[in-house]
Design a protein around this ligand. Structure first.
Ligand code: SF4
Length: 336
């Protein structure tokens, strides 16, 4: 379901813009749909009030928690079931954030990622994306939403931008606290600046070498690291939010001196933050996670050379719940 369809259904029931807004705001805040105004106000017509219980159930059915896996760091991974039985992962992040999925599976096929292994299964509708935020809000306070779960948001850009617009308006989330994450796609740089809600941008760089990037991200759009950084810098300057570069550290692959020099060449002096995340080990993928000391040394060296660098952990690592791992445990691998 798309949010626009939801709005249309309310309009078909005779809802005026103020009714629509009150009902949708209540949903976005995980409150009962009729809680925007007291019934005693006579604010909502009997026809709308009569339809709300069934609509509320339908919205609840968009995303249900199948299982919850708390981590040591205050995060919790949620395995979320969608109305058609498909499942995705959401992550409750420490410090009031939630990471949501935008697709079931992913077509980019990053060679280090469990989600990319089976390809794209289906797109999520904008309402299914927002429903993950509602689930998170039913559990804890949420003021930040990052689109870094399963899927490539640029491949489902209409639904993701609709969800972003909704969360940045009715959802009450600060625009810079909505983070669109992508491997890099020309459509992103064209569409994001046009929205009334302009999210922050995270770019998955992973290497400064174009050839290696093509191997690691085999079906990502062909855009060189140089161009990616150039377009990112334009967006950062236009919005006033730094670009968050994502770098999954793979031992012996992209944790070398050559890469450190490459990062400094591309990012020193840029309005950017480098987030390095040591790869979350998954058996059978042929990669290794770098030693903690080595990762810390890389972050220190980059910092000393003018690149603001943060070393992060993938949430849920201690429960073997890196992106796609929970879902992979309950879904048999496809054979074709
Ligand atoms: Fe898709 Fe992201 Fe996994 Fe790459 S890392 S396959 S873009 S979900």
């Amino acid at each position: 379901m798309r949010i626009e369809h939801l709005r249309q259904r309310l309009r078909d029931l005779g809802a005026k813009p103020c009714h629509e807004q009150a009902i949708l705001r209540a949903w976005a805040q995980a409150r009962p749909l009729d809680s925007g105004r007291k019934r005693a106000d006579g604010f909502l017509s009997p026809r709308i009030l009569g339809a709300l219980p069934a609509l509320g159930e339908e919205l609840q059915g968009l995303a249900r928690v199948l299982s919850e896996h708390p981590g040591d760091d205050g995060s919790a991974r949620l395995l979320v079931q969608l109305a058609d039985g498909q499942s995705v992962e959401s992550v409750l992040l420490p410090r009031d954030g939630v990471c949501v999925s935008s697709q079931v599976g992913c077509a980019v096929g990053c060679t280090f990622c469990m989600t990319g292994r089976d390809g794209l299964i289906r797109q999520l509708g904008s309402a299914e994306i927002v429903a993950q935020v509602v689930l998170a809000r039913a559990r804890r306070f949420v003021k930040k939403v990052v689109f870094m779960g399963m899927g490539e948001p640029a491949h489902n850009i209409d639904n993701v931008l609709e969800a972003i617009d909704f969360l940045g308006t009715e959802g009450g989330i600060g625009h810079k606290n909505l983070v669109f994450s992508t491997v890099g796609d020309h459509r992103v740089f064209e569409r994001l600046p046009q929205g009334r809600v302009k999210p922050a941008l995270a770019l998955s760089l992973h290497t400064t070498r174009a050839e290696l990037r093509e191997q690691l991200l085999p079906r990502a759009p062909r855009i060189t690291p140089e161009e990616l950084v150039e377009r990112g810098e334009d967006y950062a300057r236009a919005t006033g939010y730094p670009i968050q570069y994502q770098w999954t550290l793979l031992a012996g692959i992209n944790d070398t001196d050559e890469e450190i020099d490459g990062i400094v060449r591309l990012l020193a002096g840029k309005y950017a933050i480098m987030n390095m995340i040591p790869w979350n080990s998954v058996e059978g993928f042929g990669f290794a996670r770098p030693e903690r000391e080595h990762a810390e040394a890389i972050a220190r060296r980059l910092h000393a050379r003018g690149v603001l660098t943060k070393l992060r952990q993938s949430a849920g690592q201690d429960v073997d719940g890196g992106c796609g791992q929970l879902r992979a445990r309950i879904v048999a691998p496809r054979t074709s």
